[in-house]
Design a protein around this ligand. Structure first.
Ligand code: KDG
Ligand code: MG
Length: 409
């Protein structure tokens, strides 16, 4: 068996997605997600110009060897563009292997360790009543764990907070492509945020009781001592995790945070390799691994990261916002089902147009996601539907402090 075609498909049904489709001489196809939000075309060029020609004639079954070849032969290792491209190849090869075996991918990863993957959804609101309504909507949709993001009095626009309430249960989207071709400017005030947030969690716990797992994303905005204070102030509300409390580059910051709080910590959605997690896992500075299969080099290295984490009782919390395509989500769900140290899965729900381009076989019942039992990843791509939605330049927003200084967001 050999690879005879490597096609890169760019589509923007609700937002931009980059997909690699590999085809074998036996006519088997495999899909991989290479979407890098806001820098999509860099990965397209990397794949089309530098990876696709190397794949032709290779044995699709040699997944580990192909991964090592692409990682090591480039000499220039790591980085989000490189690793998203390699991830797409890795996913597509696993898709092919599982289709040839006639099995859903999770069976090749060791089989199911659980009935399904506990998913968390994104509730948000511009004030507390709107936030409580958003939590209710998510509970009605079947979620059994909820991320809480909120506007902060005095700050005009906060990333991760819906600008409009979702009237009919339709989920909001992060920075969809329609938002324009230049990064939107948002603003930030950490002291106002630190004052406001504990009261928000107080209100949510008061309304929904002690059982519901609650999460929060700090989006890299705090200094270590600010994050330590927030973690401590949120302890009475028993968070499932506090995510990205400090910028991910300075990993020692988490040692300081840890020494002040027992609120569990999650980090790593911007990480690309097991090396980024080495120190954090070995020194037990985190509780959850937040990497995306799409950005950490694919299923093969993600399994290695999670197996390493398992030695320290650190669990998975695979990144799953809407800028991970349905293909990347499917890869996450197969891993979620198979690994022993599963923690939770982020699940934001794609829009209808996206679901028409990418036909999926997962289910969401009783708060649990299951990837389904179709051979492979369980996703098919409708090429004609994809072509009907051409690429639209779109950027993530960014933050400025009140005095105009650019800040982490
Ligand atoms: O592309 C960036 C988004 O995926 C990211 O901001 C979403 O932080 C995020 C999350 O936790 O889902
Ligand atoms: Mg996040």
């Amino acid at each position: 068996m050999r690879i005879i075609a490597a096609d890169v498909i760019v589509t923007s049904p609700d937002r931009n997605f980059v997909t690699l489709q590999l085809t074998t001489d036996d006519g088997v196809t495999g899909l991989g997600d290479a979407t890098l939000n806001g820098r999509e075309l860099a990965v397209v060029a990397y794949l089309r110009e530098h990876v696709a020609p190397l794949l032709l004639d290779r044995d699709p079954h040699a997944i580990e060897d192909t991964w090592q070849f692409l990682y090591r032969s480039a000499y220039w290792r790591r980085g989000p563009v490189t690793m998203a491209a390699i991830a797409a190849v890795d996913m597509a090869l696993w898709d092919i292997k599982a289709k040839v075996a006639g099995l859903p991918l999770y069976q090749l990863l060791g089989g199911a360790s659980r009935r399904g993957a506990l998913a968390y959804g994104h509730a948000s609101g511009r004030d507390i009543p709107e936030l409580l309504d958003s939590v209710r909507e998510h509970l009605a949709l079947g979620y059994r764990a909820i991320r809480i993001q909120t506007a902060v009095p005095g700050i005009d626009a906060v990333y991760g907070v819906a600008a409009q309430p979702s009237v009919d249960g339709v989920r909001y989207d992060y920075e969809p492509a329609q938002r324009g071709a230049l990064p939107a400017e948002e603003d930030w005030d950490t002291r106002a945020y630190l004052r406001h947030l504990p009261g928000v969690f107080e209100a949510v716990r008061h309304e929904f009781g002690p059982e519901l797992p609650l999460l929060h994303d700090g989006h890299h905005r705090m200094t270590p001592i600010q994050a330590a204070r927030l973690g401590r102030d949120l302890e009475p509300y028993d968070l499932f995790w506090l995510e990205d409390c400090t910028p991910a580059e300075n990993q020692d910051a988490l040692r300081l945070v840890r020494s002040h709080t027992i609120t569990p910590l999650a980090i790593g959605e911007v990480f690309n390799t097991v090396w980024d997690f080495q120190h954090l896992i070995r020194d037990q500075l985190i509780d959850y691994v937040r990497a995306a299969v799409t950005h950490a080099g694919g299923i093969t290295p993600m399994r290695k990261i999670l197996d390493y984490a398992a030695q320290y009782q650190i669990k998975s919390g695979i990144h799953g916002p809407t800028d991970i395509s349905p293909v990347g989500m499917a890869a996450a769900l197969h891993l979620d089902l198979a690994v022993h140290n599963f923690g939770i899965q982020e699940y934001m729900r794609h829009g209808d147009r996206t679901n028409e381009v990418f036909r999926q076989s997962f289910s969401f019942e009783g708060g649990l996601l299951h990837p389904g039992d179709q051979p492979g990843l369980g996703v098919t791509l409708d090429r004609a539907a994809a072509e009907a939605h051409p690429y639209r330049a779109a950027y993530l927003p960014y933050n400025r402090l009140k005095d105009g200084t650019v800040h982490d967001w």
